[in-house]
Design a protein around this ligand. Structure first.
Ligand code: ZN
Length: 425
């Protein structure tokens, strides 16, 4: 994942343009990706897809004629969607087009102007305060033309009526944790889920520019997603060393919210579960009232809350393969727990079965309930709640055993012909 992230890092991504194309074609080397195109000017739920933006040159020359800033050294130097300019101007005039952040004085801040004509350079505050008076030459060779917004989708078809959506965004230039960590995790998750047999749900992966790309996707697929999406997860900010975090979908008691909360509780992360709020990433669109899909967000440090966020400090040193692996494990645990959740019913429901007869009990009796090992305790929970109504999620919540280990134990009880799965929703 880290290697792919390093490959993708230098592309000058925005919501349209060649950086997005390069990103999707690099992802296509890893997994089967279908590309979708939406023309500039298209109306999507009242939003207008902007013209396609491309840039070849963005430089500042100092009073002595030397080049002092070149966006080829860091994409973040140029505000995304900057218009073209070729002009010599005073320092004061230049500073009207310079964005800095004195709270993070050493870093280049990230800035965009997708829907308003403007140009700007984003520079570290420490650098700007030492700039000398004099004439500066500014060259931006950029184009905004009728073109397209593109996004990619990958699909794992398990012949199900219901689909799980994994959503990541591909519009951030040269930042590692925000945006790209989610992209590379989604690619790896696609590979792993593709190789698994007997999955209950289809899996649909979206790689789209944040907000406008997701709105295009939802516009194009509005009827279908309302019917087919079982739940979804937005994947971003998953490569830093912070603790994992879950932001719930808007329907606060949904199954995905309960399953993640149960998992987070069982691994000591209950303090990292947050309610839904309409601020954040693409969950804003998925959880808008017309859709109200069960899409939550899995992150480590939350976007907007870590000091490196939206600056040049969110770079390749800020993320690690170890953190990405840990995040991937959590995605798999959540997804496989959701897959494993089901209901059972006892074959003979009166009283407890004599487990010893089935070789399913300990050999020596006595002692308190704590002397029963975990597996025996799980069997007792499962046999009692195999009532045709209670699902494994509920048993997990009541017993504090996790869904995946309960499912394994339940499968043994099915083998012993003590319970059977209830095959209806
Ligand atoms: Zn961002």
């Amino acid at each position: 994942m880290y290697d792919l992230l390093s490959d993708l890092f230098p592309y000058n991504r925005s919501i349209t343009g060649d950086g997005v194309r390069q990103t999707l074609s690099r992802i296509r080397k890893e997994i089967a990706l279908i590309e979708h195109s939406v023309k500039s000017g298209t109306n999507v739920f009242g939003w207008t897809v902007p013209p396609e933006w491309n840039v070849t040159v963005a430089e500042i020359y100092g009073p002595d004629g030397q080049k002092i800033i070149d966006f080829k050294d860091n994409n973040l130097f140029l505000m995304s969607y900057s218009t073209a300019v070729n002009e010599t101007m005073s320092l004061d005039k230049l500073l009207e087009h310079v964005i800095t952040d004195d709270t993070r004085p050493d870093s280049i801040p990230y800035s965009t102007s997708y829907y308003k004509e403007a140009w700007a350079f984003c520079l570290p505050h420490e650098y700007v305060k030492d700039m000398q008076k004099g004439d500066y030459s500014v060259i931006i060779e950029s184009t905004k033309e009728e073109g397209e917004l593109i996004y990619g989708e990958a699909f794992i078809d398990n012949s199900s009526e219901k689909t799980v959506l994994i959503s990541s965004y591909i519009c951030h230039p040269s930042m590692a944790n925000d945006s790209l960590s989610g992209v590379v995790l989604a690619v790896e998750l696609f590979k792993q889920l593709s190789s698994m047999k007997d999955l209950k749900y289809n899996y649909r992966f979206l790689f789209a520019p944040e907000t406008i790309g997701t709105i295009c996707f939802l516009h194009k697929n509005q009827d279908e997603v309302k019917l087919s999406i079982e739940y979804g997860l937005v994947a971003t900010c998953l490569g830093d060393s912070g603790e994992l975090t879950y932001k719930k979908s808007r329907r606060f008691n949904s199954k995905i919210n309960q399953i993640v909360e149960q998992i987070f509780n069982s691994v000591g992360l209950s303090h990292r579960v947050r309610p839904f709020s309409p601020l954040g990433s693409d969950e804003r669109q998925y959880c808008s009232p017309g859709f109200n899909l069960d899409v939550g967000v899995l992150t480590r440090s939350v976007y907007g809350e870590f000091p490196e966020y939206h600056t040049s400090a969110d770079n390749l040193n800020f993320v690690s393969e170890v953190a990405l692996r840990g995040s991937l494990e959590m995605f798999l645990t959540v997804i496989l727990s959701y897959e494993a959740n089901c209901r059972f019913i006892r074959i003979e429901p009166h009283c407890e079965p004599q487990l010893g007869k089935f070789n399913l009990y300990r050999e020596v009796g006595g002692g308190g309930k704590d002397s029963l090992d975990d597996i025996v305790q799980q069997r007792m929970w499962l046999l009692n709640y195999a009532d045709g109504e209670t699902d494994l999620l509920k048993v997990a919540q009541l017993s504090s055993f996790d869904i995946l280990s309960l499912r394994k134990t339940a499968d043994d009880l099915v083998q012993a012909n003590l319970i059977k799965e209830v095959l209806y929703e």
